[in-house]
Design a protein around this ligand. Structure first.
Ligand code: ADP
Ligand code: MG
Length: 512
């Protein structure tokens, strides 16, 4: 759990507005309450106050609350209470917590493990990309609670290493993300295999589409807890757009931003982009780590730890890392490459301003993509201040950003890269696209590699068990290349970085 990595950090936020009962008063095991207190967690957050009593009563629960509101403990604590006092048989866990990504599995484990330990319960984590041996060992040792990604879990069930007869509770955490990643069929099948009368809890930021189908199929009379995103928490997220002349300016902008803010997460579109930006920051003496699907699980965990422990001040990540990862006190989120859509924008941005903290979000864009960014933000329901990197005062702290810049320009139709009104400075960015070429040839001239777009339909490690080892998943929109003849680069060689930016989707299979 990240709170143990960053001891001083937990704001006494929604949690400490003790409107309702304390954890002890909710009837949780004493040892667990003590362990919570050791983590400075004494009063439930609103979502916990709402969900815990209901879950303890054995009801199915449907929860919608924003990220950082404390959902992990909302479903985790009732499970501990329910299971404590008895043990699971080997290979017969009694609770399943299904999550979309390995990172999230690790995170949930970190949050719950010390508490499970206090309740004398065993927790196993099951996800793809790592060896089966340890996971099988844990299951055989009688894991009570299994935190799992769907693909590997199904795989272990198929191998007879994880049996579902004794399952009393199943949780779908981030159900919307599970569905986004194409896990609907897998999750649907997993739920089918759990006992019909067992308790089910589903947490999700949205409750429509496939999530709605899951709810209707698998939840009985669910108690709905929709927490007003703003209730209780005085979270503030400031959004900014930073207009830069070209690619090199983007790196300058990130550098200035990261230097002025203690802890930052920067999002790139591709895996290689993430690694390259990490290196570029390194060249500028900024300790950064990368986080994406090209890295082994071990390296991902090590990098995430470097960041959460404060060794690295920035993490450069692809969207794979955008959901569910909770690191305390992230001051700044930078969209180095614009996200695919409004939803991705919100999820990336949601890495900051968690648990009642405030946070700053900056989207870096070239003039050419400004309209698109503005449209995306308006779809996301976000109001931002616009800045021109040439005139933005330094250091670029959240305060200076809040006090400089202008209100967002009106959304306009896109059309070439010529001068526009309404942008800060009111003029063209003044440099031709080519003006940036050659200054950092090793970096800026690199052609974006669409084939390695790190925006998978699902994390490939967690693909359904039937796929063979060597298969990479298809991108979500494989046919797009053919349908957009205009996307072909004229010379196929000196393509501008920006030329492909708008696409934001991979084509076909990615390479390993
Ligand atoms: P969510 O799943 O809703 O995004 P998490 O469960 O990851 O949120 O919790 C976010 C952060 O809030 C974690 O660092 C967690 O330790 C902390 N937290 C959770 N519950 C409480 C509480 N009752 N009091 C204080 N901090 C809490
Ligand atoms: Mg969560």
């Amino acid at each position: 759990m990240s709170s143990s990595d960053a001891p001083s950090t937990l704001p006494t936020t929604p949690a400490s507005a003790p409107a309702g009962p304390s954890f002890a008063e909710l009837g949780l095991p004493e040892k667990v309450v003590e362990a919570l207190a050791g983590m400075k967690i004494t009063h439930p957050t609103p979502v916990q106050a709402a969900v815990i009593p209901d879950a303890l009563a054995g009801n199915d629960v449907l929860g919608r609350a924003k990220t950082g509101s404390g959902k992990t403990l909302a479903f985790g604590l009732p499970i501990l209470k329910r299971l404590s006092g008895t043990r699971s048989k080997p290979k017969h866990p009694r609770a399943l917590i299904i999550v979309p990504t390995r990172e999230l599995a690790t995170q949930v484990r970190r949050s719950l493990e010390p508490l499970a330990f206090a309740a004398r319960l065993k927790l196993a984590t099951v996800y793809g990309g790592t060896s089966y041996d340890r996971q099988i060992k844990q299951l055989r040792a009688g894991a009570d609670i299994v935190v799992a990604t769907p693909g590997r879990l199904q795989d272990l069930m198929d191998r007879g290493q994880c049996l579902t007869d004794d399952i009393e509770v199943t949780v779908l955490d981030e159900a919307d993300h599970l569905c986004d990643l194409g896990f609907y069929p897998a999750v649907d099948a997993l739920l089918q295999q759990t006992p019909a009368g067992s308790q089910r809890m589903l947490l999700s930021a949205t409750l429509d589409g496939d999530v709605d189908r899951l709810v209707r199929t698998h939840l009985r009379d669910p108690q709905l807890h929709e927490l007003d995103p703003n209730a209780g928490a005085v979270t503030t997220m400031d959004h900014h757009v930073m207009v830069v002349g070209g690619f090199r300016d983007k790196v300058d902008a990130v550098t200035a931003l990261v230097e002025a803010n203690a802890r930052s997460i920067i999002f790139t579109r591709t895996r290689e982009g993430a690694t390259e930006l990490r290196d570029a920051l390194g060249e500028r003496d900024i300790e950064a780590v990368d986080l994406h699907g090209n890295l082994s699980q071990r390296v991902r965990e090590r990098n995430l730890h470097k960041f959460s422990s404060g060794k690295a001040r920035a993490v450069v990540a692809t969207d794979v890392a955008a959901r569910g990862i909770h690191v305390d006190n992230v001051d700044l989120v930078v969209h180095f490459d614009a996200p695919n859509d409004a939803k991705a924008y919100l999820h990336r941005s949601g890495r900051t301003a968690r648990a009642g903290e405030s946070g700053t979000v900056v989207t870096i864009t070239t003039p050419r993509q400004l309209d698109e960014v503005a449209r995306l933000q308006s779809r996301a329901g976000v109001q931002s201040r616009h800045h021109d990197i040439r005139t933005t005062p330094r250091p670029m702290t959240s305060e200076t950003l809040a006090e400089s810049g202008t209100e967002a320009p009106a959304v306009r139709a896109s059309g070439g890269s010529g001068p526009r009104n309404g942008r800060p400075g009111g003029r063209s960015q003044g440099r031709s696209q080519g003006g940036y070429r050659g200054q950092r040839p090793t970096y800026s001239e690199r052609r974006p590699r669409r084939d390695r777009d790190d925006r998978p339909a699902r994390t490939w490690e967690d693909r359904p068990a039937r796929a063979t080892r060597d298969e990479r998943p298809e991108s979500g929109k494989p046919a797009e290349r053919r349908t957009r003849p205009g996307a072909t680069r004229p010379d196929g060689k000196k393509a501008r970085w920006s030329a492909d930016k708008k696409r934001g989707t991979g084509n076909g299979a990615r390479r390993g």
